[in-house]
Ligand binder design. Structure first.
Ligand code: GRF
Length: 196
């Protein structure tokens, strides 16, 4: 199973997946790393790991339909079977969504459907969790459809919210859980225990 990873920023979840592949824990092969952000640290990680990587965005392809086709072509040419969005901040276009329907996976730092949807990313998610006085948040891994954070949920795990939490402490706890849970979930996907 060849996995492509799309990431916009740091790529720490991407790194967790690459590490799990490198040590033989996850039986997948990285096909390509794509970022919309040419300054994404995820691209440096991809280069360091010797994995093909591309920048595809509104500068390389000003027409949205062209960008969609370029992303689709990069995924197909690299033999990608499954696409992981790991902190990818852009919506995929209709051609890519339809070709990889049911094979695009996203990780979100809350227990969806809580604290999801347009504009709910990064520290905003954790700010909203703290503002709502929830005692529990978590991580969701789900399939991607055309809407933000609404595809079928594949797996979820809770993370406690502590009374003294700030956005930073909560974000760090959730991210640390994300790294482990993403790998655990992809292992289950690769073994067919979680059907896509
Ligand atoms: C993670 O919190 C992920 O859930 C969300 O974006 C963040 C990406 O972090 N979709 P990183 O780039 O993997 O460090």
């Amino acid at each position: 199973m060849k996995i492509a990873i799309l990431a916009s920023h740091g790529g720490s979840n991407m790194q967790a997946v690459l590490d799990a592949i490198a040590c033989g824990r996850l039986g997948m092969e990285p096909s390509i790393i794509i970022s919309n952000n040419r300054k994404a640290y995820a691209l440096e990680r991809a280069a360091a790991a010797g994995i093909p990587h591309r920048v595809l965005n509104g500068t390389t392809h000003p027409e949205p339909a062209d960008l969609d086709q370029a992303i689709l072509a990069a995924l197909r040419e690299s033999g990608t079977d499954i696409v992981l969005l790991a902190g990818y901040m852009k919506k995929l276009g209709p051609a890519t969504l339809s070709h990889f329907d049911g094979r695009i996976v996203n990780i979100h730092p809350s227990l969806l459907p809580k604290f999801g949807g347009q504009g709910m990313y990064g520290s905003r998610v954790h700010e909203a969790v703290l503002a709502s006085s929830e005692t529990e948040t978590g991580v969701t891994i789900h399939l991607v459809d055309g809407a933000y954070d609404e595809g079928r949920i594949l797996a979820q795990t809770p993370v406690p919210v502590l009374p003294e939490d700030t956005v930073e402490t909560l974000a760090a706890r959730v991210l640390e859980r994300e790294h482990r849970f993403l790998v655990e979930t992809l292992v289950r996907v690769s073994k067919g225990e979680i059907p896509l």
